[in-house]
Design a protein around this ligand. Structure first.
Ligand code: ATP
Ligand code: MG
Length: 283
């Protein structure tokens, strides 16, 4: 049995549970508790606050965990990154009141910076030779300058709208972050095998993400041209149609490229274009 620590509630919870469900991991229907076993996979889920996940994996309370990279770097305690998961993307940035003039990092010398990530910030300031006063607060960091608690903040930014509504501007991006899977550095063989199977399933889900299955009909003499248009297609499946001189072409495309190529496909005579979702992809 492998024990995985995940965020009990908060921004990463939903995507994490979704990824596990798509990987075929169903949970026991028992009332939601701290530790819930799966009924379909040798895995149990330990629900924790994200702050506690790096430590629980490092000390072996959990074998693996899913956590924001920012939290992992801040609490770095001897667990290992085994997979980048591509969701929960954000950045950790320095922001200052919007009307301040900003030229470079020297602005922060002698200033008071509010943050929930003192380790990452201290490390960044040290590397850049800036001496500032780090003021640790948990939660609602962005209001600190407005109420005179600090001159600047160091916090998570995704769209930047929270900064704008607090009359702040982002001036330095210190690190980029996404959800990652971390593991205890010395798992026994049996647990390593379960983790390998879990990672295989997660890969199949992540790989299919954003990809679509495309089918279209085209005149045979246009097939080469169509294959050239479809990005990333190595070897599409081509099946003859009962209509003389026509074939059906099946392939996989990135959803985000689809609108780019649709017009070209049509002008090559493609017809009956179908785009279908892909649930899993095993390479
Ligand atoms: P907990 O109660 O578990 O301690 P929290 O309040 O500390 O939760 P959340 O706000 O739920 O944390 O954020 C969890 C993680 O999600 C962050 O550490 C970060 O990696 C990521 N994250 C936070 N804010 C955003 C955002 N705006 N966009 C994308 N990802 C984000
Ligand atoms: Mg937290």
């Amino acid at each position: 049995m492998l024990r995985i620590a995940v965020q009990s509630k908060g921004r990463l919870n939903e995507d994490t549970m979704c990824l596990l469900a798509e990987s075929g991991i169903k949970l026991s229907p028992s009332k939601r508790t701290l530790l819930v076993p799966s009924t379909t996979f040798p895995l149990e889920i330990l629900f924790l606050r994200d702050d506690d996940i790096p430590q629980s994996v490092a000390n072996g309370t959990a074998d693996v965990g899913i956590v924001g990279e920012n939290e992992y770097v801040e609490k770095h305690q001897g667990s290992e990154i085994v997979k980048r998961l591509g969701f929960g993307k954000c950045r950790l940035s320095l922001a200052i009141p919007k009307d301040e003039e900003y030229n470079n990092l020297n602005w922060f010398a002698g200033k008071k910076i509010a943050t929930s990530y003192p380790e990452i910030l201290a490390d960044f300031l040290k590397k850049n030779g800036v001496k500032a006063d780090i003021h640790v607060i948990t939660g609602s960091v962005e209001i600190a300058p407005g109420i005179g608690l600090a001159d600047a903040i160091f916090d998570i930014v995704s769209s930047g709208s929270t900064l704008v509504s607090n009359r702040l501007k982002e001036v330095e991006v210190v690190m980029k972050s996404e959800a990652i899977m971390i593991a205890h550095p010395s798992l026994p063989k049996e647990k390593k095998e379960i983790l390998a199977e879990l990672l295989f399933r997660i890969d199949s889900v992540l790989y299919a993400d954003g990809k679509k299955y495309i089918m279209l009909n085209a005149p045979n003499e246009k097939l080469n041209e169509i294959v050239d248009i479809l990005p990333g297609v190595k070897s599409p499946t081509i099946i003859p149609l009962s209509k003389e001189g026509w074939s059906s072409l099946h392939s996989v495309i990135e959803e985000k490229r689809f609108w780019e190529v649709i017009g070209k496909l049509k002008s090559c005579g493609a017809q009956g274009i179908l785009v279908l979702p892909i649930e899993k992809m095993i390479l």
